[in-house]
Design a protein around this ligand. Sequence first.
Ligand code: ZN
Length: 199
Amino acid sequence: MERDALLSGTVHPGGRAPAPGRLALVQMLVNTVDREHGPDLLADAEGLTDWLAARGLLEPGAVRGAAVSEGELEAAREVREALRSLMHANNGAPEEPRARAVLDAAAARAELRPTFPSEGPELVPGRGGVDGALGRVVAATFAAMLDGSWSRLKACPRDVCGWAFYDRSSNASATWCSMAVCGGRVKAGAYYRRRRAGG
Ligand SMILES: [Zn+2]
């Protein structure tokens, strides 16, 4: 995938609509890597700051690439993969044991605290920088878990895919990011394996 396409956060296989409201931010963090073909925006500090800037999460005056430490980059990848594993669980996979602890830790580092503006209550980070930005993603996850929209945010189960998609089907039964791309390939693979096994 083109780096700019990945950075745009607008790639939705199968013509699906993005996740609603702030949950789209969570989806966009998970979709910062094309696991099959690359690139990975979180492979280096520049990619992370470009993504933060694209999402409006980079603080004014921050220098792209310079403000991100190796530890913060690692934390961003860890939160991303914890979220992806919970999205796989939303799609029927067993839950990664450490995933929820990773989100707990990210929430603590961001010093999330409840606020009560007239638009509605929310958690906001007390910290800035990468910790604060990841805190906003975790806060959006928290809100979605409470309002029930979380369970429709799923990760595609094709091994090299893992793309996060929002399942708007009436009975929340969608499995693949795209039936044409991933569903079709997995089914074709199973068909050939059966034929070979059958001689
Ligand atoms: Zn897929």
